[in-house]
Design a protein around this ligand. Structure first.
Ligand SMILES: Nc1ncnc2c1ncn2[C@@H]1O[C@H](COP(=O)(O)OP(=O)(O)O)[C@@H](O)[C@H]1O
Ligand SMILES: [Mg+2]
Length: 254
């Protein structure tokens, strides 16, 4: 079953077609890779899917509903969560607080009710805290919950970003270059971690990655963008050997 249908989506910045009439479907439960050289339009497509950038044309159908021009919080509430290519954490807040802030949007707890000690609000607060702790445990940060985000090593900050997205209890998780800046060991661990989370939480994952090897072993299918256009779509081996894909990546090296 299709969970996400990208239908003829375009986005232009001035004269530049950052995304050019792109269409593909993501099946429920898939780990789907979105790859392509720098500037191909991958992040722009995520921005459209999450309501940060309005498309100039096309639809994004998530679970049967067009979300393409909704506000970010409306899309998040429907079960789409993301991480950012450039880490966006509250550096001075600790890991637990970073996750709680994300959950706050989801649980709609009233901060004031919590302060004056209304029992319902207190219970909700405690539940939110327990949930946040269990998510942090899941991403391997159970021992670092009181470390400020800024003090965490880079790989842990990436995990915290994922924890924050998971706090929204998404059905579709969008990861924008989660392995960027990691060494090969960290990349390997991250790949295992994504597979585990995908399995345990019954998630559909859409993963942007610049380098091909990480997605090869992880993704069920891969879509390739180049200069805003979809140039290939299919199983990892087929995409890896596709002439247009090879040329696109060679072109980047020049
Ligand atoms: N807000 C923006 N205004 C103008 N141009 C943009 C904006 N965002 C992205 N672009 C341009 O759109 C193209 C696609 O960028 P992006 O989606 O970030 O690519 P990728 O994530 O594949 O590296 C690039 O040429 C980039 O410079
Ligand atoms: Mg990008």
């Amino acid at each position: 079953m299709t969970i996400l249908a990208v239908q003829n989506v375009s986005c232009s910045f001035g004269g530049l077609m950052a995304v050019d009439a792109v269409s593909f479907d993501v099946a429920e439960g898939e780990i789907f890779g979105l790859i392509g050289p720098n500037g191909a339009g991958k992040t722009t497509l995520f921005n459209i899917m999450t309501g940060l950038t309005p498309p100039s044309g096309g639809q994004i159908v998530f679970e049967g509903e067009d979300i393409a021009r909704m506000a970010p919080h409306q899309i998040a509430a429907r079960g789409v969560a993301r991480t950012f290519q450039n880490i966006r954490l509250f550096g001075k807040l600790d890991a637990l607080e970073n996750v709680l802030i994300a959950r706050h949007l989801h649980t709609r707890t009233n901060v004031f009710a919590g302060m004056v000690g209304l029992p319902g609000a207190r219970r909700a607060e405690r539940e939110a805290r327990d949930k946040a702790m269990s998510i942090l445990d899941r991403v391997g940060l159970g021992q670092r919950v009181h470390a400020t985000a800024a003090s965490l090593p880079y790989g842990d900050q990436r995990r915290l970003e994922i924890a924050r997205a998971l706090a929204l209890e998404p059905r579709l998780l969008l990861l924008d270059e989660p392995a960027a800046g990691m060494n090969p060991n960290e990349k390997h661990a991250l790949s295992d971690f994504i597979r585990q989370v995908h399995q345990d939480l019954n998630l559909t994952v859409l993963l942007i990655e610049h380098h091909v090897p990480l997605v090869m072993g992880l993704c069920d299918r891969i879509a390739v963008l180049n200069f805003g256009e979809l140039i290939a779509l299919g199983a990892p081996e087929a995409v890896q050997n596709d002439r247009l894909v090879i040329e696109a990546y060679l072109g980047e090296e020049k």
